[in-house]
Structure formats: structure tokens, C-alpha cells
Design a protein around this ligand. Structure first.
Ligand SMILES: [Zn+2]
Length: 245
């Protein structure tokens, strides 16, 4: 392998390391974001439980007020009983009192069940608040770990970018442009090794990037000249493994 292809191979190695470090940075950031979203969801659930609790509490209050008014009416009807001037009038007032009392009993049952609901909702909200506190603690742990790891990864990235700049210096601008264009398409994998199949000539050749067969002309030219030749199928820059020759 000649100087140009050798230099491009080095560059490709650095590009792959850069892609790897960037993907680790993404994974780290993602872990923190996933945990944040989880907590947001739990907080929404908690707020919804609290709203339901407040609504049910209001309903219980209005039912209790209703009961109080009914009790007041019963008291005034009772006073009416004493003032009744006939049996008929007495019986009529008594019926009204009994109807009021029967309705009140139903409302009382309903009030109790609504209060029960309020208590259940409060218990659920409390349990959820406890869970959220735990998840917030976990977020703090994950963030702390991530920050340390990200510091390390960012330092690695900086070194690699520096190394890439240095490795690029010896490569002619036109070759570098071709390399970078292909590297962008394949996330740092701009180059592909020519795989040589068959123990003796005539060999067959396959692109190590896309695994399509290659014209033997590529292999022949690469063994003679230090130049950029690209796979006809995937467009990666071809090279021959120096140990295979
Ligand atoms: Zn290919």
C-alpha cells in the first residue's frame, strides 16, 4: 500500500474512533433525557390525581352542604308538626319529613363513598410522590455519572479531532475532499478492503464494504499504483490489505 492510501487508512481509523466516541456521547445524553421524560410523565400523572382529588373533595363538600340544608328543613317541618291543626295536615307534614329523611340517607351514602374516593386518590398521589422522589434521586445519580463520562468523552473527542487535523496535513486537498465526502455518507467508513477469494489465480475480488464483486482491474491497478479507486457499487475507497499481497 502506498503513502496516499496508507494515510487515508490512518485517517479512516481516526474517523471511526470519532464516530464511536460521538455515538457514546449520544447514548449518555439519551440516558439522562429518558429519565427526565419518565419523571415528567409521573409528574403529569401526579397532577392529574391531585386534580381528581380536588374535584371529588368539592363534590363531597357540596353534598355535605345539601345534607345540612335538608337537616334544617327537617327541623322546621318538625316545628310544623306541633302546630298542625288537623290529623290530615299532620300526616302530610310527616310524609314530607320521611321523604326528606329517605333522600338524605341516600345522599349520605353517596357522600361517604365520595369521601372514600378522595382518600384513595390522596393515597395514590402520596405513593406516586414517593416514587417521583426516588426517580429524581436516580436522575441525579445518572446525571452525575453522565457528566463525568461526558467530560472524558469530550476530551477524547478533542484529541481525536486534533489527530484528524494532523493526519489530514499530509494528504493532498483533492484526495481529502473525496475521502471526506464518502466518509460523510458512511459515518466514517470511507474505505473498504478488497477481499481476495480463491487460493490461486485467477482470483475473484469482493468489496469489503458492500460485498459486491469487483472488477479485477481495480485489484491490478491498486497493486501497481497508489491512487484513489472507488467501488463501482458503494463508492467506498478501495485498498488491498498489505498482508494479503
Ligand atoms: Zn463496495
Amino acid at each position: 500500500m502506498g503513502t496516499l492510501l496508507e494515510s487515508l487508512r490512518k485517517l479512516q481509523k481516526i474517523e471511526q474512533d470519532i464516530a464511536h466516541v460521538r455515538s457514546r456521547i449520544r447514548v449518555r445524553n439519551n440516558a439522562v433525557n429518558v429519565q427526565k421524560r419518565k419523571i415528567e410523565q409521573l409528574e403529569q400523572d401526579h397532577a392529574s390525581l391531585q386534580t381528581q382529588g380536588i374535584d371529588r373533595r368539592k363534590l363531597a363538600d357540596s353534598l355535605e352542604l345539601d345534607l345540612k340544608e335538608r337537616d334544617g328543613k327537617v327541623v322546621s317541618f318538625r316545628a310544623g308538626l306541633n302546630a298542625a291543626r288537623s290529623n290530615k295536615e299532620y300526616a302530610a307534614i310527616l310524609t314530607q319529613i320521611n321523604t326528606l329523611k329517605a333522600d338524605s340517607a341516600k345522599i349520605e351514602d353517596r357522600t361517604l363513598s365520595v369521601i372514600q374516593e378522595v382518600e384513595t386518590l390522596k393515597k395514590q398521589a402520596d405513593e406516586l410522590a414517593e416514587k417521583i422522589a426516588g426517580e429524581n434521586k436516580r436522575l441525579a445519580d445518572i446525571t452525575e455519572q453522565s457528566d463525568k463520562e461526558l467530560d472524558k468523552l469530550n476530551a477524547m473527542l478533542e484529541e481525536l479531532l486534533q489527530a484528524r487535523a494532523e493526519a489530514s496535513e499530509s494528504i493532498p486537498a483533492s484526495s481529502l475532499a473525496v475521502f471526506e465526502r464518502i466518509s460523510d455518507n458512511y459515518e466514517g467508513e470511507a474505505m473498504a478492503m478488497v477481499e481476495i477469494h480463491g487460493r490461486k489465480p485467477p482470483h475473484t475480488y469482493v468489496c469489503g464494504g458492500c460485498f459486491m464483486s469487483l472488477n479485477s482491474e481495480h485489484a491490478n491497478a491498486l497493486s501497481l499504483r497508489d491512487e484513489i479507486r472507488t467501488c463501482d457499487n458503494c463508492g467506498r475507497i478501495l485498498y488491498i490489505d498489505p498482508h494479503a499481497q
